[in-house]
Design a binder for this molecule. Structure first.
Ligand code: FES
Ligand code: FE2
Length: 398
């Protein structure tokens, strides 16, 4: 044994290898294993309320697209470059029949059909019918625009969620787009790191007593400071859950049950520890490999008013200084600081990471199913099976 062998054992950073990420579960471009798996599902791409008579630039799963609402109220999602000679439809004009390119006026409906070629003899009759602007199907639900970006013959039914389907008297649905819960701010829509760093965090209940309570002060409720007993299970309906049991100091016992469903749905119960079923659904949508955005739809009381969410007394997350971010970090600091795409090669997963391990394993199985031509978990073509029963919640046992 020479001296080099001896010093390798002391963990010097000098001996670190070249780090790498696991592309199979993180990269979302067209043609990648994870990207093709993701493209078998519907994705929220915008708040419905944002889609008005001015075209919007959208970036989703690494693809740049243009979203618009025609004057009849129908939403369209198309490739940004006009098929004529490439001018961006972002500069187009929304009309009754679709979006009209500013350059030579070709008009495309919400499914990309060209219905007008004003510079062509006879309005392009005979040629026009063979031209199609590349497009994706969209549906509006829960105040969100959902898009399906996969193979047309595999388009599944848009999933519905039981908690959002049952809006009681005195309640209404709201839709939101924003960044990471406790750590971010609704004014920042796009988070600069890989989507999986946020989504797998949903299966990590052990960061609640540390990051959100002991380390940074109480960011949700003091009860989360009690170290939970946790069980993780796969769900027969697809995805997985954790059950975090806590014996609270006041004698109450509570099971906090949180689910993730494929490809990026998160169903997190009330962070105020309100009893009962989760009131909303969240989606961790990849913008590209190194950015994501969060969409949510939620039931709220009719008189609900959004509150200014202060992370430390007097300051929201964006108003905090660099030093305050260091002293009082939250989800944003914990997840974004892992890097654009975390180095899986350098991780040391432990017993408390069981949920992370299980989730990545199930993802890889689903990705492989798609690679072999099968249909992944959570995809259905039967309208009678559209509604998913929501089982997340804070359930008090005594
Ligand atoms: S480039 Fe769009 S109509 Fe000519
Ligand atoms: Fe968190």
């Amino acid at each position: 044994m020479d001296g080099t062998e001896n010093t390798r054992n002391i963990g010097s950073a000098y001996h670190m290898g070249q780090p790498s990420h696991d592309a199979t579960i993180t990269e979302v471009g067209r043609g990648t294993p994870c990207g093709e798996w993701m493209r078998r599902y519907w994705h929220p791409v915008s708040l419905s309320s944002r889609v008005k008579d001015l075209p919007l630039k959208i970036r989703i799963l690494g693809e740049d697209l243009v979203l618009f609402r025609d004057k009849k109220g129908k939403v369209g999602l198309v490739h940004p470059r006009c098929v004529h000679r490439g001018t961006e439809l972002y500069y187009g004009r929304v009309e009754e029949g679709g979006i009209r390119c500013c350059y030579h006026g070709w008009l495309f409906d919400t499914e990309g059909r060209c219905t007008d070629m004003p510079c062509e003899p006879n309005n392009g009759e005979g040629y026009r019918q063979n031209v199609r602007q590349p497009w994706y199907p969209v549906e509006e639900k829960y105040g969100l625009v959902f898009a399906y970006m996969g193979p047309p013959e595999k388009k599944p039914i848009l999933p519905l969620w039981s908690n959002l389907e049952e809006v009681g008297p005195g309640e209404k649905l709201i839709a939101r787009n924003g960044s990471i819960g406790a750590g971010g701010d609704a004014t920042i829509d796009i988070v600069p790191c890989n989507w999986l760093q946020d989504w797998e965090n949903v299966m990590d209940p052990f960061h609640l007593p540390i990051l959100h309570t002991a380390f940074s002060g109480v960011q949700f409720v003091p009860e989360f400071g009690v170290m939970p007993t946790v069980a993780w299970d796969y769900d027969p309906d697809g995805g997985m859950k954790y059950t975090a049991h806590r014996d609270l100091e006041d004698g109450r016992k509570v099971d906090r049950v949180t689910y993730v469903h494929f490809p990026h749905v998160r169903i997190v119960p009330s962070t105020e520890l309100a009893a009962g079923q989760a009131a909303g659904i969240g989606w961790v949508v990849p913008v590209d490999d190194t950015h994501f955005t969060l969409f949510a739809a939620q039931k709220v009381p009719n008189d609900f008013k959004p509150v200014r969410r202060e992370r430390i007394p007097g300051k929201t997350w964006v108003e905090m200084s660099e030093e305050e971010h260091q002293r009082f970090p939250g989800d944003w600091e914990a997840q974004v600081s892992q890097g654009a795409i975390t180095y899986h090669s350098d991780e040391h997963l432990a017993a408390s990471d069981r949920g992370i391990r299980m989730l990545r394993k199930l993802m890889k199985e689903q990705i492989e199913i798609v690679e072999k031509g099968g249909d992944p978990q959570g995809v259905t073509f039967d309208p009678a099976k559209a509604v998913h029963q929501v089982k997340s919640g804070n359930f008090f046992l005594k």
